[in-house]
Design a protein around this ligand. Structure first.
Ligand SMILES: Cc1ncc(COP(=O)(O)O)c(C=O)c1O
Length: 389
């Protein structure tokens, strides 16, 4: 460990020698993309593993999000969260749709269902929530609102690979769910993504859309894009599935070790565990509250000096970026919980190969900062106070 940098994540890769036979088969077949044999096999195997009806593979989740909105012909305004990676809202702008930011719930940091209805206007056509950190949204309440107002629901499930609730896969909720297989995610195909959809008809439309709109050799039925996953990524996806249970077990172990190691440190708050179903332990977010002697940014710097590269996901909020900050819904007073979270969140390193020495180094670093620094720094009030303020 010593002077090596510890990053917030490190992609899981299977042994190289196990990937080589897949490459040989690609070279033999000469099929590199456009729905080749690995693509077909991966779509079926992945749908089975996830326990979902249909999967459409994509080159990445951003193009999948853009395509999902196209597939459902979403227009006007869409209600979404400011507390996410910027691709969530960018997918709306790429479709000429106006994002309407609604605040998040202080426990889960997911879109607060209690605040959605007040943001609905005659122009609203859909809700785009995010299962942030892989933690399930309140899917029942969101669906009830969508049913009353006749809205579509598209879940950005980029963080939620393999997550279940009491009814099975979290990806079965809403009209469509979008996964990311980016290198930084729980499960990666180098780059990649998918749309989970409920029936053959919607799969067919999405498959046309991700292939320039081609329905057959000479017929173009929509203004499609090139969102296809290559054989190379699909082959890796198949091999990665063989290791997913190991990956999830390691993450569960690290999550438990952090919770134990950080317990009792005043001002360090771990986000609550998912109450039911299976978690994927995609991130390990902590909130740095006012009882901690340093504010979040000072702790972030202290960790950097110890070669620990934690990340402030999601700071700044999407609503702070230039293309969004002029929107009325982006104003700070409309989204106080999201701002309070963005100001104190820190995601600690979590990945399968994070060994116990590194893990202990991170826990010790936070403990030693807590012990050494005596004078409390001026930091904002806890999230619950910010909500009521
Ligand atoms: C919530 C969320 N949505 C969308 C994306 C975009 O995923 P991709 O990198 O596969 O395009 C990410 C990626 O980090 C994300 O975290």
């Amino acid at each position: 460990m010593g002077s090596d940098k510890i990053f917030v994540t490190r992609p899981f890769l299977p042994p190289l020698e196990e990937f080589l036979p897949y490459l040989e088969r690609i070279w033999q077949s000469g099929r590199l993309t456009n729905g080749g044999p690995y693509h077909k096999e991966f779509e079926t195997t992945l749908a089975e593993y996830l326990g979902v009806p249909h999967v459409c593979l994509f080159t990445n989740a951003t193009i999948a999000l853009v395509t999902a909105l196209q597939a459902l012909r979403i227009t006007g305004e869409v209600i979404t969260t400011p507390y996410s990676f910027v691709a969530t809202a960018h997918s709306l702008l790429w479709n000429g749709v106006k994002p309407v930011f609604v605040d998040v719930d202080p426990c889960t940091l997911n879109l607060d269902p209690g605040k959605i209805e007040a943001a609905i206007t005659p122009q609203t056509t859909a809700i785009l929530p995010v299962h942030c950190y892989g933690h399930p949204c309140n899917v029942e309440r969101i669906q009830r609102i969508a049913d009353v107002y006749n809205l579509r629901v598209i879940y950005d499930a980029a963080h939620a690979f393999g997550v279940t609730d009491r009814d099975g896969s979290i990806l079965k909720h809403g009209d469509l769910s979008i996964l990311s297989f980016h290198a930084t995610k729980v499960y990666n195909t180098f780059e990649g993504g998918a749309i989970v959809c409920p029936d053959r008809k919607s799969k067919e439309r999405i498959d046309f859309l991700k292939n320039f709109g081609f329905a057959d050799e000479t017929t173009v039925v929509a203004t499609g894009i090139n969102g296809k996953m290559s054989e190379f990524n699909a082959a890796l996806g198949l091999l990665q599935l063989k290791y997913i249970e190991h990956v999830l077990a390691r993450r569960r172990h690290i999550d438990a070790a952090y919770r134990k190691g950080l317990s009792g440190i005043a001002g360090i708050e771990c986000l609550p565990r998912q109450s039911e179903g299976r978690s994927n332990f995609a991130y390990f977010p902590i909130l740095v509250n006012k009882e901690f002697p340093l504010d979040r940014d000072a702790l972030y710097q202290c960790l950097l000096e110890r070669n620990i590269h934690a990340r402030r996901y999601f700071y700044p909020l999407i609503s702070e970026f230039p293309m969004y900050r002029g929107l009325p819904s982006a104003q700070r007073e409309n989204i106080p919980v999201a701002h309070a979270a963005a100001d104190r969140i820190l995601c600690l390193p979590i990945y399968p190969d994070l060994d116990s020495a590194c893990l202990q180094h991170i826990i010790d670093a936070i403990r030693s900062v807590a012990a050494q620094t005596s004078a409390p720094a001026p930091v904002p009030a806890p999230l619950s106070t910010a909500v009521s303020a």
